[in-house]
Write a protein that binds this ligand. Structure first.
Ligand SMILES: C[S@@+](CC[C@H](N)C(=O)[O-])C[C@H]1O[C@@H](n2cnc3c(N)ncnc32)[C@H](O)[C@@H]1O
Length: 192
């Protein structure tokens, strides 16, 4: 995720008091978000989860978190890529059992208030819709008012993913392609 995308995510955390945060595709962003969440909620009730398919990369992310004593604050869920849940040929998604078990272990029944979709890799034309399942799979886990951030929205595949999500779910995404490379959508808040 580029700096402008990270600023978008950090703003959302600070302005909306996010403390149930799930990121698909880990990296330096995971460490930066963990630092911010620790600063905001040093002893608070925070759940940060990163879902990572590559075991070597998951180990690297874990080691960076441990180095800063953030390892116990972030759950690194290792979920290999497997057959796509929607049956799309050639596409892969996180293993259903590893993903659901990991989320249930950390969140129990708690809803997510920020979902950052920066995985699985979707950087070739054969994999361009690889991130589409994120909303179908996570919709029932999102809190009212939650934010969904999709990275790499300048790519044709991510633009198609956004079109499908907007057709299928009551979310409108604000595209910040030029500045931040992300789009940001908000789940409707419950009416009071
Ligand atoms: C777009 S990256 C995720 C980057 C992360 N969210 C960030 O902004 O730092 C998607 C996938 O690429 C892989 N990846 C990311 N950075 C990598 C690196 N420097 N070397 C090798 N693999 C990397 C990981 O498997 C990750 O899930």
């Amino acid at each position: 995720m580029r700096p402008g995308g990270l600023v978008t995510v950090c703003n959302d955390i600070v302005l909306h008091n996010r403390h149930r945060v799930v990121e698909l595709g880990g990296g330096v962003s995971t460490v930066l978000l963990a630092r911010l969440l620790r600063q905001l909620w040093p002893t608070g009730d925070v759940r940060q989860v990163v879902v990572e398919h590559d075991p070597v990369w998951a180990g690297w992310v874990q080691s960076q978190l441990d180095r800063e004593e953030l390892g116990r604050r972030v759950a690194v869920v290792r979920a290999p890529l497997g057959p796509h849940p929607l049956g799309a040929s050639g596409l892969h998604w996180y293993d259903d059992i590893a993903l659901e078990d990991g989320l249930d272990r950390v969140l129990g029944g708690e809803l997510i208030d920020l979902l950052v979709v920066d995985g699985p890799p979707a950087d070739t034309s054969e994999k361009d819709l690889a991130r589409y399942p994120a909303l179908p799979v996570f919709a029932s886990r999102l809190a009212p008012g939650a934010t969904v951030v999709l990275d790499d929205v300048e790519r044709p595949g991510e633009q198609e993913v956004l079109r499908r999500w907007e057709d299928e779910y009551p979310l409108a995404f604000e595209r910040r392609s030029n500045t931040a490379g992300v789009a940001l959508g908000r789940v409707l808040a419950a009416e009071s």
